[in-house]
Design a protein around this ligand. Structure first.
Ligand code: ADP
Length: 453
């Protein structure tokens, strides 16, 4: 079937990712429609889109998560497709189904694939069957504390209880011994039920000092899959990423080739299409274990774009138009050089508490090897209703050392006045000798925090 180019795309998101999608559409000559809440009336995605429609009040449940409002906006503006960005409705299978039923192309995987990947213990079982290494743990949902005790006894403590429908680093409980398990099981179920509308939890082996490593995939609608290497995302606070890089200092060429080969097969057998990320944890011995699939574009996708030269968001749109990877990609996928991303959040750099407010002065860094993705500008107000990400600063170098030095240079020239940001914390991380040597795991950030280490 020949591909049909889109004429107009609605972006069902806000902030920097909405601006990022607008950039990709402009590069492809596609018209854009922004949707916005009353709190985002003066946001730059509204200004840069060709059309903009207010979809409701500040509360996301009544705007960015309100499927009928978004579909009405899409119908009024007569768009061909919807790009969901990340967060909000991006991994909502019902939304993808409603788009399909409304003859609007959803730029992402098919609804049934989103649904499978969204139930984390099902995705785990599925990947294990296809030969992807997974951490030892429960085969499915844990039905009782007794079942948990039996499994944990086999797997060995510590174990971690995780919400089936979890996300954003929430709903996890580490269990150090059998006496703790029954009460933590009930707590985890309760928290999962209130945060994710499903009380289901499962169990897996807890790794004390893991690295978080994830592989970027692109799959077209004709059965072709490409793996765009990995990203290292171990610099996290509260299980949320703060700084990412590609390639990972811990992954060997042989390991990358081995995991890529396994993933290529698994992703094509899953019928997965469009962009996605397969997340792994690396144990202290260097083994990689699957933890989950994110069926959408990730915040940290630009580091992969820098090292592969592939525009991931443009590729998503072209895949959704029906083009093949052979048509979309410039040639064989290769990783060259090194890229780092710092998430610039409006937050207290020590306690990480969000710090919304008005930006009174704003200066962006530039120069060779520097990219900034942002929606912020002088005098804009960071609303308290959404996540605190105001910009992503990405640097590229021929090697990791050059990328680090460029990041230090760029951070020192990134001026944000009027609110607190994560910049001082990122400067301390980049100056750390262990970070510079590539020696860190997900506990790394604790050394910069007040209190016991
Ligand atoms: P979410 O979907 O909420 O982001 P993930 O399953 O991706 O949850 O895990 C988020 C983070 O939590 C990981 O990057 C890691 O830091 C920590 N984590 C998750 N599972 C384990 C585990 N089995 N052992 C140790 N840490 C874990």
């Amino acid at each position: 079937m020949p591909s049909v180019p889109f004429k107009k795309i609605l972006i069902a998101n806000r902030g920097e990712i909405a601006v990022r999608v607008i950039c990709a559409c402009k590069d492809l000559g596609i018209q854009t429609v922004a949707v916005y809440s009353e709190a985002d009336r003066y946001s730059s995605h509204v200004r840069f889109a060709d059309q903009a429609i207010c979809i409701g009040p500040a509360k996301s449940a009544r705007s960015y998560l309100d499927i009928p409002s978004i579909i009405s906006a899409a119908e009024i503006t007569d768009v061909d497709a919807i790009h969901p960005g990340y967060g909000f409705l991006s991994e909502n299978a019902t939304f993808a189904e409603v788009c399909e039923a409304s003859q609007i192309k959803f730029i992402g995987p098919r609804p049934e694939v989103i649904r499978l990947m969204g139930v984390k213990e099902r995705a785990r079982a599925f990947m294990r069957e296809l030969g992807v290494p997974v951490l030892p743990g429960s085969p499915g949902v844990l039905t009782s504390p007794e079942e948990g005790l039996e499994l944990a006894g086999k797997v060995g403590y510590p174990v971690i209880l995780k919400a089936s429908a979890g996300g954003g680093g929430r709903g996890m409980r580490v269990v150090n011994g059998p006496d703790e398990l029954p009460s933590l099981f009930l707590q985890a179920q309760h928290e999962a039920g209130s945060a994710f509308s499903s009380p289901d939890v499962y169990l897996e082996k807890y790794i004390g000092a893991p690295r978080h490593i994830e592989f970027q995939i692109l799959a077209d609608e004709h059965g072709n899959v490409e793996i765009l290497g990995e990203r290292e995302c171990s610099v996290q606070r509260r299980h949320q990423k703060l700084l990412e890089e590609s390639p990972s200092p811990a992954v060997t060429d042989a390991q990358r080739a081995e995991i890529s080969a396994v993933l290529r097969k698994a992703i094509s057998q899953a019928g997965y299409t469009n962009a996605g990320t397969v997340e792994f944890l690396m144990d202290e011995a260097g083994n990689l274990y699957f933890i989950e699939v994110n069926a959408r574009v990730q915040v940290e996708h630009p580091v992969t774009e820098f090292v592969t030269g592939i525009d991931i968001v443009k590729s998503q749109i072209r895949i959704a138009q029906g083009e093949t990877l052979a048509e979309i990609l410039p040639g064989p996928v290769e990783m060259r050089g090194h890229a780092i991303e710092c998430r610039i959040n409006a937050e207290n750099p020590v306690t990480f508490v969000p710090a919304p407010g008005r930006i009174t002065g704003f200066h962006l860094p530039g120069g060779v090897g520097v990219r900034v993705d942002t929606w912020a500008y002088t005098d804009c107000v960071i609303p308290p209703f959404y996540d605190s990400l105001i910009a992503k600063l990405i640097t590229y170098g021929n090697d990791r050392g050059e990328a680090i030095r460029r990041m230090q240079r760029a951070l020192s020239m990134f001026i944000v006045e009027g609110i607190h940001t994560s910049i001082p914390m990122q400067q301390r991380i980049l100056a750390d000798a262990d970070f510079q040597a590539g020696r860190f795991d997900t506990n790394f950030i604790k050394r910069f925090m007040p209190g016991p280490k």
